[in-house]
Design a protein around this ligand. Structure first.
Ligand code: HEC
Length: 182
């Protein structure tokens, strides 16, 4: 009898751990969230498995980032988009996932991603987002304590801030990241 109880207990703990590692356990349905300009996680559904374009590292913020792209974006890069003034087509999407850094415990010279900080993205729709260079911007700030996201920005004008800085690379269709040889 005792062994049956232990078995059931272990099963319940196991299921609990599985749920803790999944979206199901989150207090929030992140797909229901909207940035002030209407963009949402729906617009990047499945991004977790998109191709990595390149990593980046912000020395001032001490953040490790991955930049990912959907197939429309990757195909366009391969055809030379963002170089020589070639623009990305509508439907191209870039996602940036930012983490705080940590030193690898057994090899401290190696920096690794630690805690998720935010997820942000750019969606090309040249008509809808013509006021910001043809790209729609969105940022969702992650709160690790509650495993929830908060949309960034008070109103739709928040995207002006993104657009202003990305204008530094206007001649690369507002995209900083290059597609490195692999
Ligand atoms: C002060 C400058 C600055 C501002 C403001 C800014 N970005 Fe960026 N962004 C960058 C730089 C530099 C990169 C290159 C990669 C990196 O820094 O990690 C980048 C990269 C990106 C990328 C990956 C594609 C690319 O261009 O390389 C996305 C997506 C992105 N930013 C979204 C946003 C969003 C959304 C906002 C506004 C909420 C925003 N950015 C505001 C400077 C900025």
């Amino acid at each position: 009898m005792k062994s049956i109880r232990m078995f059931v207990f272990a099963g319940v703990v196991g299921i609990g751990l599985m749920l803790a590692g999944s979206d199901l356990f989150s207090a929030q349905d992140r797909y229901a969230l909207k940035a002030p300009n209407g963009l949402s996680f729906e617009d990047i559904r499945g991004y977790e498995t998109w191709q990595v374009i390149a990593p980046s590292y912000r020395t001032d913020k001490k953040e490790v980032r991955y930049i990912l792209g959907n197939t429309t974006l990757v195909d366009a890069y391969k055809k030379g988009a963002s170089n020589k003034g070639i623009a990305f087509p509508d439907g191209a999407v870039l996602v940036k996932i930012a983490y705080s850094e940590m030193k690898n415990p057994v090899f401290p010279a190696a920096l690794e991603p630690d805690v998720l900080q935010r997820i942000e993205f750019m969606v090309k729709d040249s008509k809808k987002f013509s006021a910001t260079g043809g790209w729609g911007y969105a940022r969702f700030v992650y709160n690790p304590a509650s495993n929830t996201y908060t949309p960034y920005g008070k109103d739709a004008a928040f995207a002006d801030e993104c657009y202003q800085c990305h204008t530094l690379v206007k001649d690369r269709d507002y995209v900083f990241t290059k597609y490195p040889v692999r």
